[in-house]
Design a protein around this ligand. Structure first.
Ligand code: AHR
Length: 633
């Protein structure tokens, strides 16, 4: 197969926001996942106040726990636990963690609790991590004094590695003590931050060098009904005052029921902005546009009551970019970040559709653009490509001169293969495209049997050649969803899987990583037999130039079961190095997967490749993705 690359004919610049990541708290991604808190329902705000907590039989006779609601005094965090200890024996509460607590031998764990004593005889707390057989693997004591709320701390080093530990809090009296925000964090978090994130998971994200971070979702932005929509203002400031709500994915899909899925918002908008900055990604928040999830209630806010929603959007821009003298800039500064977060774009609505979306978006857009004309707005084009909903919004929003249209496609691998040239013929003058959510699904969407097979990853790699070639139209792209706990997921496939201690990137992750780490700066034309690339002979291709290293980067995908001899002739370069780097991702089994036990079964391998004259010759293996980098002048 003969390809020609015109290495000096710069077609277009690669968007600095290519390739990005989509974060949503689905599959225990936040609480129980990347947010390193180990205690589930630390503030007793789940719909069943003691969900996640139990009273060991032998401790039940030692006292009692009462959940007290002080909504008038503290609407954000109304409940606390009042523990009465009789004194004849100790009382105890045990927390089960999200799916247990992942504990590592030799690591320090930090316990905190808010407490106040209610009697002159103080109650002491002995805090113990228990392994799966009930054996203590670490312990500390805290001795609250005084009758006003105060935070108390204790630390210990764990004696064993345990994937599903529990935390026991034993109360010795007699006396009465009020407790709230019972928390346990590992000392080692990403950048060692208190209230921090799981370092292994953030590292996997950082290794992608993502161009943007979209947050907080997904359908979670919408909520099943408007009361439980995502409201960023309730996720910033003091962690103790962030209002817990039910997660939109609570109990979704029968194959993995999760009635205990809530959002503590310990990972809130400040932390999302901070994470974006840490990993070099542009922040891309998506806000509710006055519409709940249309797959569920379809509840919308009355148009004449849209103002608070719009104010949230305006205030978010001030929170991210405003100087420290502004109300919301001052809060950002108080939270530890006086410098702005450089927000440049924002999504209005997730997967909405119909005239009701257009009506609300138009009001949003006017208010935002009037005050912040430089902020680019991202618009939803609904849940799936090319249907009636999509066509209506696509036509309407183009007429409204939208900035960026967000297309979602969860489809069969064949769809991705046959849509690799989708953007070749898109309107160049209209809005830019954000491929905001995509993943190849072997089975129907929402079928629990979907897996991150090599077949899916390969189809995505083929499709992405088309995104890359059309960088003048497609400015952002993100696989979705991002994270999934092996014991607590609702949706598959997902880019990264983890349990309480381990994590791994799927073959799809390595496809994303190869694109993101080899994105170059400028797209250059590549043709096959002088024809545009459209997956002829099941081979897909794209090419970019990397100015920083002076390299031409060619990507080739062979979606066939047979090897393909390939010649890539390089035009427009005077000198071409005699060797290059060949990075391959390949498997002879389309159904092959990575796993916690075999995390890198399908992962990139690198070797050098000899180049004779101005042509790269190689045979691309069956079912493979090749990245070839070579210096040119
Ligand atoms: O990624 C999972 C879900 O898929 C997202 O929440 C939603 O936007 C889409 O339907």
């Amino acid at each position: 197969l003969n390809f020609t690359v015109k290495s000096s004919e710069i077609k277009t610049a690669v968007s600095p926001n290519m390739w990005g990541i989509f974060f949503e708290d689905i599959n225990l991604s936040a609480d129980g996942g990347i947010y390193a808190e180990l205690v589930k329902n630390r503030s007793f705000e789940f719909s069943t106040p003691l969900m996640g907590w139990s009273i060991p039989k032998e401790a039940a006779a030692g006292g009692q726990v009462l959940i007290v609601n002080r909504r008038e005094a503290d609407a954000a965090n109304p409940r606390f636990a009042k523990v009465t200890v009789t004194g004849t024996r100790n009382f105890a509460l045990v927390n089960e963690g999200f799916r247990g607590m992942g504990i590592k031998a030799g690591e320090q764990y930090n316990f905190t609790v808010y407490a106040r004593q209610q009697r002159a005889t103080p109650v002491q707390l002995t805090v113990t991590l228990l392994d799966e057989s009930g054996k203590a693997i670490g312990s500390t004591t805290v001795s609250p004094t005084g009758n006003s709320w105060q935070q108390y701390k204790g630390s210990f080093t764990a004696a064993a590695t345990v994937p599903r530990a529990k935390l026991q809090v034993e109360f010795s009296g007699p006396g009465v003590v009020d407790v709230d925000m019972i928390s346990l964090f590992p000392q080692h978090t990403w950048k060692e931050r208190p209230n921090g994130l799981r370092a292994d998971l953030v590292q996997l994200l950082a290794d992608l060098h993502p161009g943007f971070l979209r947050f907080p979702g997904g359908c979670i932005v919408e909520g099943k009904e408007l009361t439980n929509r995502y409201q960023w203002k309730k996720t910033v400031g003091d962690v103790n005052e962030r209002t817990v709500i039910i997660n939109r994915w609570n109990n979704e899909f029968a194959h993995r029921a999760a009635p205990d899925y809530f959002q503590s918002f310990g990972l809130g908008f400040f932390e999302y902005f901070q994470l974006s900055e840490d990993i070099g990604a542009s922040p891309l928040p998506i806000l509710n546009c006055g519409m709940a999830c249309q797959f569920n209630s379809g509840e919308v806010v009355a148009v004449n009551e849209l103002d608070p929603y719009i104010q949230d959007a305006l205030d978010l821009i001030e929170f991210a970019n405003g100087d420290v003298t502004t109300k919301w800039g001052a809060l950002r500064s108080k939270m530890g970040h006086p410098a702005p977060f450089h927000l440049k774009m924002m999504g209005v609505g997730n997967e909405q559709w119909g005239p009701q979306y257009v009506e609300r978006y138009t009001i949003f857009a006017k208010a935002i653009k009037d005050k912040y004309p430089d902020i680019k707005l991202v618009n939803s084009l609904g849940p799936s490509p090319d249907g009636d909903k999509f066509t209506f919004l696509n036509d309407t929003l183009r007429k409204l001169n939208a900035d960026i249209l967000d297309e979602h496609y969860y489809s069969a691998p064949e769809w991705f293969l046959s849509n690799a040239a989708r953007y070749d013929s898109y309107d160049r003058k209209g809005p830019k495209i954000f491929a905001g959510e995509y993943a190849a699904h072997n089975k129907a969407v929402a079928n629990g049997g979907n897996k991150n097979t090599w077949q899916c990853a390969l189809a995505e790699a083929a499709f992405m050649t088309g995104l890359e070639r059309n960088a003048d139209v497609v400015v952002m792209a993100s696989y979705a969803p991002l994270l999934a706990h092996v014991d607590g997921w609702q949706w598959a496939p997902d880019l990264i899987w983890f349990d309480n201690l381990r994590s791994y990137g799927t073959p799809n992750y390595y496809v994303q990583k190869l694109y993101a780490n080899n994105k170059g700066n400028s797209v250059v034309p590549i043709v096959k037999d002088n024809q545009p690339i459209s997956g002829q002979d099941s081979v897909y291709a794209s090419a970019v130039v990397d100015n920083a290293t002076g390299e031409l980067v060619v990507k080739l995908v062979n979606a066939a079961s047979t090897p393909k001899p390939v010649a890539v002739s390089i035009q427009g370069a005077k000198n071409i190095a005699t060797t290059g780097r060949l990075i391959t991702l390949q498997s002879n089994d389309l159904q092959e997967l990575n796993s916690l036990d075999q995390p890198t079964r399908i992962s990139p391998e690198e070797k050098s490749i000899a180049i004779k004259g101005k042509t790269i010759r190689t045979e691309i293996a069956p079912w493979s993705f090749y990245v070839i980098r070579t210096k040119i002048k």
